[in-house]
Ligand binder design. Structure first.
Ligand code: GAL
Length: 300
């Protein structure tokens, strides 16, 4: 697959999994993301729901359909087409054998800034919407989910205080609510599009600046503990277009063959449904991280 371009599913249609994530579950990769399959007006599309695709090799993607549906029937519903549902992320809860999704639930003007939650018994849904909330009474804009492999605790990692600070809001053991434990990170640095990773005693975050759909410089941060000390380090990108993240924005970090890879969105603000993707391998050694551009993603 050619990095930076619109990728097609098994039907030959553009993959609608923007701002998404890839979950490996029982040998199958599931790609969840925003369905933007509607005409773009004013740099936005109606809320279409969350799509899911499955794959064995990360190259051919089978369309599993919309797993969290919009609610055109109810204008006040957080999933009504007039609202915003972005950056959906899913964790598997093995104890309750449930898939838990969190996403950025917002009004079209991004003033509401809530975290939405949904659950399903199967990775391909259907996900049942449980509600939206302000985690620890804070706003939730760009976000991701991160499960700390050391403690097993999961966090909703969200831009808050109008994007000024990134918050780690600890989830309850069933991932459905918040414990009240919350760590701020990178105060006043205005970072968004968080993608998290842990390796050999260090936690890493790749984030973007706040320029909407326009690409800017990715920066990575490192800390030995999630509760504090997360420091901005450098732009990890190298190769053509490295100053503006190759024209893309971070979405999720996941493992392929024991090596971290990053999923990026190449937004097309004038035609969002044809936005492209890249998957790039990452080199991480202690305090150093590099994401080198590659024209092709070969899959597994
Ligand atoms: C970006 C954000 C996207 C989307 C967009 C809307 O900054 O990362 O997820 O919210 O703004 O303009």
């Amino acid at each position: 697959m050619k990095n930076g371009t619109c990728w097609l599913d098994d039907r030959g249609l553009p993959i609608q999994a923007h701002g998404g994530m890839i979950l490996l579950h029982e040998g199958t990769y599931f790609w969840y993301g925003e369905n933007k399959d509607a005409p773009t007006t004013g740099a936005s599309v109606p809320l279409m729901g969350v799509s899911c695709y499955s794959s064995q090799d990360l190259r051919s993607w089978r369309h599993e359909g919309i797993v969290l549906s919009n609610r055109p029937d109810d204008p006040s519903h957080p999933l009504h087409p007039s609202k915003v549902c972005e950056r959906p992320k899913v964790l598997y809860d093995p104890k309750n054998r449930r898939f838990v999704m969190w996403f950025h639930a917002d009004s079209r003007d991004y003033a509401l800034a809530m975290a939405g939650c949904a659950v399903a018994d199967s990775p391909t849904g259907p996900f049942r919407f449980l509600g939206g909330q302000a985690p620890n009474r804070r706003d939730c804009r760009d976000m991701t989910l991160f499960q700390d492999p050391v403690s097993g605790k999961a966090y909703l990692v969200h831009s808050g205080d109008w994007n000024k600070t990134l918050y780690f809001s600890e989830l309850t053991d069933d991932f459905l609510g918040f414990t009240g434990v919350c760590y701020p990170a990178m105060a006043d640095q205005e970072r968004e599009a968080p993608a998290l990773w842990y390796q050999e005693g260090l936690y890493y975050a790749v984030t973007s600046g706040c320029t909407g759909w326009e690409p800017n410089s990715a920066l990575y941060s490192v800390t030995p503990q999630l509760s504090n000390g997360m420091k901005l380090m450098d732009n990890p990108c190298s190769g053509p277009g490295y100053r503006r993240t190759f024209g893309a924005q971070s979405s999720y970090i996941f493992e392929i063959g024991g090596k971290p890879h990053i999923l990026l969105d190449h937004w097309k603000p004038e035609d969002l449904k044809h936005s492209g993707y890249s998957i790039l391998p990452m080199t991480i050694e202690g305090l150093w991280m590099e994401i080198a551009w590659r024209e092709e993603f070969e899959g597994v």
